[in-house]
Design a protein around this ligand. Structure first.
Ligand code: SF4
Ligand code: SF4
Length: 369
């Protein structure tokens, strides 16, 4: 095969990807207002079949993928999940189930474990049951999640609790941390909402105040010390309150890709929000071709695509200019500096947006439907 040089001679494509996110379905019993699924959800009839996913896992293993994150929507809504986990195990790929937990039963968990599942990541919406159920718009959901966490631990599977935080649950952060510890989580991921897609529609309801963020930063740091050796706490200062952006996805098309329910391969799970790029389907192209050759994957690899101020910035190899989806959502061009950066000419927009959104009272959610 003729090798297509990347723009500027970047060579990320020669490295194998480390991890893949398989969005098995967009179906989900919950309707979180910050859901990272696209506004246009895939229909069940368009979803990849069991056979197609099994073939993709084999392609992924040949390409060098080590970790598989089974996600959605709600991946346990797929009746063939046991077969998919077994296929990943057969290929020697470590599998992590990312679930809202409300469809789990002890029998299902036992079957997933027997098929070779390695890890479970369970999302919670809050420590307060009423507020949790309101955020997910799912009656009784919180109680089902607590039961699911216990079943996961009883089955001997390691558990990560994932808590997405925002203005309407951030005041409960200490309780959320204690709840995760009481559920015997090995790890707690405290993830501030990322504002694109559904979350951008709900920004006025979700944006925390500066005081909330300051307190949360302190609580998370204290908890990391308190729980050291018992529960790992992952916490990143939210973008809108940072001076520099984070190294998004560890680089575009560098270590990771996501596959949508209908088979599109994306360099990041939110990349479908970028209207200027066209992504390839595994129904038409091989995974290897997409990883090595797809122009959409090559577009933002490395640093040679950058314009000023990133191009001549001392941090360009560290943060890689931040998030392309955020640059597109806030500055209208995915090739610009992430406006979260204080050096971006659009940074004032971020500050104003955060302040305006956080000051709004009595807001209701536009639920994901
Ligand atoms: S964020 Fe909420 S609605 Fe979206 S897939 Fe996860 S649990 Fe379902
Ligand atoms: S200008 Fe670009 S490279 Fe420099 S800190 Fe900001 S986002 Fe990072």
């Amino acid at each position: 095969m003729t090798k297509t040089p990347l723009p500027g001679g970047q060579d990320s494509w020669q490295k194998p990807p480390v991890a893949m996110l398989a969005e098995l379905t967009h179906r989900c019993p919950l309707q979180c207002p910050y859901c990272s699924n696209p506004r246009e959800l895939s229909r069940r009839s368009d979803e990849l079949s069991t056979k197609e996913w099994i073939d993709i896992f084999a392609q992924a293993a040949r390409l060098g993928v080590l970790q598989l994150h089974l996600s959605g929507g709600e991946p346990t809504a797929r009746k063939d999940l046991v077969d998919l986990i077994a296929a990943a195990r057969e290929q020697g790929i470590y599998s992590n189930l990312i679930t809202a937990g409300v469809l789990l039963t002890p029998d299902k968990i036992a079957a997933y474990k027997a098929a070779g599942l390695d890890h479970v990541q369970l999302s919670i919406q809050d420590s307060d049951p009423q507020n949790a159920n309101r955020i997910g718009n799912h009656k009784g959901g919180h109680g089902k999640k607590l039961a699911a966490a216990a079943w996961v631990c009883e089955a001997g599977l390691p558990l990560t609790v994932n808590a997405v935080v925002h203005r309407q649950n951030l005041d409960h952060l200490q309780d959320i941390i204690e709840l995760a510890a009481s559920l015997n989580a090995h790890r707690l991921e405290i993830a501030h909402v990322q504002y694109y897609g559904w979350a951008l529609q709900n920004i006025e309801a979700l944006m925390p105040t500066a005081a909330q963020v300051e307190k949360a930063n302190r609580l998370a740091a204290e908890a990391a010390d308190v729980y050291r050796g018992r529960m790992v706490i992952d916490y990143v200062v939210p973008d809108y309150f940072a001076r520099r952006p984070k190294r998004c996805m560890d680089g575009w098309g560098n270590q990771f890709f996501a596959i949508t329910p209908r088979g599109l391969v994306l360099p990041c799970h939110a990349a479908e929000t970028l209207t200027g790029l066209s992504f390839s389907s595994l129904r038409e192209k091989s995974l290897e071709w997409i990883w090595r050759e797809d122009p959409a994957f090559q577009r933002f690899r490395g640093t040679d695509w950058m314009a000023e101020p990133c191009r001549s910035c001392e941090f360009r190899d560290i943060d890689l200019g931040g998030c392309r989806c955020q640059a597109f959502a806030l500055a209208g061009d995915a090739a610009l500096t992430d406006p979260v950066c204080h050096l971006s000419p659009h940074h004032e927009k971020v500050v104003a947006l955060a302040e305006a959104a956080a000051s709004v009272q009595d807001v209701t959610y536009l639920y994901r439907r």
